[in-house]
Design a protein around this ligand. Structure first.
Ligand code: UDX
Length: 430
């Protein structure tokens, strides 16, 4: 059992803290937001993450998990301090490290000798060196170690991804530091890979960029399927059986979004550019993703006869993917913005992100009921792959949606069944 401090109580920091407490460590999570700390101390978790509220409650009950205001308070008596603060997209696509730097300066003077600062925030390759120098400059004792431990948590399955990871990556240029950090994960079911700090930082970016590339590729294939009368679902089935390809991340849609892929692909492109590499393949991945949103808007425009002005669109799904309440860089929100921009009325519905979407986009109406969202609309557009959209009553939809047109940007519906009910149906690659 180790004493662990976690800086930042966002979905990565909270998941990390609660899971490490669940593994038996003594964890203090610090956040600058005093109100959030108050709510978390009462067990009030505001992110939609399966199993996380229960783990937080367990940690609070066993007193292995505590929440404090500020980074220094979390770090003061810790053997390990995890940095889990945001690195949003900054100038020109670079990762903005200002929050990481502020946290390092705050903890440096209080870190006890022998402590290890473990970076879990997504930072450009080479940042561990920068963090080490900053630590020294900010008054940390020489015996403080630095490690990189990138997270691969997916929103919606973060707890499972932490406790049963595909792999744990630990980057440390000092082998003793690597061994000590690995030991924190001794009860986790998954391989632990020890690398240099630079390699660990690159694993994170390369993994996200590769997954984004896979999605952009399948979207490009889907578009080609439409042109040659093939069905992308049959095609991805045929591809996925090849274990070198696999079935995961082969679902075409409106393009990728969220708090990671967009900023990480941009930051990786910047890292490459800085060393004179224009990384054309990555540029194509990003461009294909942008075009995919245009294609969906084009399908909606076609579905209403070519002009969106004065038309009403029911938009089912506003979050960037299903099983999360996160709207950050959501393709659905971006598409709704473009539809509004072309003069359409957009009536949105989302099982979890509706409240947060209210007021996000001037003109976007948000309804609490999917059928109400369809009332009087010319076209229904499915933008997020929530399960509930598969089993809603489409005969009822047919009675309230005078336009009788469906654009299924996530291929969650059965085209034949929709056409049988008298809808025109447009999917992605079908
Ligand atoms: C991602 C990585 O998966 C995770 O390892 C990393 O730690 C953080 O970034 P997340 O942002 O939660 O996780 O989303 P993910 O499930 O990866 O989906 C990313 C985007 O791709 C979403 O917009 C999703 O809708 C889209 N996507 C994903 C597809 O369009 N098709 C697919 O087959 C898979």
């Amino acid at each position: 059992m180790s004493r662990v401090g976690v800086v930042g109580a966002g979905y990565v920091g909270l998941t990390t803290g609660a899971c490490l407490a669940h593994l038996g460590h003594d964890v203090i999570v610090g956040d600058i937001d005093a109100d959030k700390v108050r709510r978390l101390t009462k067990g009030d978790v505001d992110v939609l993450e399966e199993g996380l509220p229960e783990l937080v409650a367990e940690g609070l009950a066993t007193r292995r998990l505590r929440f404090v205001v500020g980074a220094a308070a979390a770090a003061a008596d810790a053997e390990f301090v995890f940095l889990c603060v945001p690195t949003p997209e900054g100038e020109g696509g670079d990762a903005d490290l200002s929050v990481v730097e502020a946290a390092v300066r705050e903890v440096a003077p209080v870190l006890p000798p022998g402590a290890v600062l473990v970076n879990k925030s997504t930072v450009p390759v080479g940042s561990s060196g920068h963090v080490g120098r900053l630590l020294r400059a900010a008054g940390a004792v020489p015996e403080v170690g630095v490690a990189s431990n990138p997270e691969f948590l997916r929103e919606g399955t973060a707890v499972r991804d932490f406790l049963s990871p595909a792999r744990v990556v630990i980057g440390a240029d000092d082998p003793t530091v690597a061994v000590r950090v690995s030991d924190l994960y001794r009860d986790v079911q998954g391989p632990v890979l020890v690398t240099s700090t630079a390699s660990a930082e690159m694993v994170k970016y390369a993994s996200n960029a590769f997954l984004a590339a896979k999605v952009s590729f399948v979207n490009a294939i889907a578009n080609l399927c439409e042109a040659v009368n093939a069905d992308v679902r049959e095609v991805t089935l045929g591809m996925g059986y090849d274990p070198r390809i696999g079935f995961e991340f082969l679902h075409p849609g409106p393009g990728w979004g969220g708090s990671c892929f967009p900023k990480d692909t941009a930051a990786l492109a910047r890292t490459a550019a800085r060393v004179g590499d224009d990384f054309p393949m990555l540029a194509a991945v990003i461009a294909t993703n942008r075009e995919q949103r245009d294609r969906v808007v084009g399908k909606v425009r076609d579905a209403v006869g070519g002009d969106l002005a004065g038309r009403t669109v029911a938009a089912w799904g506003l979050t960037f993917k299903a099983n999360t309440n996160d709207l950050r860089d959501s393709p659905a929100i971006d598409i709704a913005r473009r539809l509004l921009g072309e003069g359409a009325t957009v009536r949105g519905y989302d099982p979890a992100g509706g409240e947060a979407a209210r007021g996000l986009l001037p003109g976007l109406e948000v309804l609490a009921d999917p059928y109400e969202a369809c009332a009087g609309a010319d076209v229904l557009c499915v933008l997020t792959e929530w399960d509930e959209f598969r089993w809603l009553d489409y005969e009822r939809v047919a009675t309230v949606l005078p336009g009788r047109a469906i654009v299924d940007a996530r291929n969650v519906l059965d085209p034949a069944a929709m056409r049988h009910l008298g809808f025109t149906y447009r999917g992605i690659g079908r």
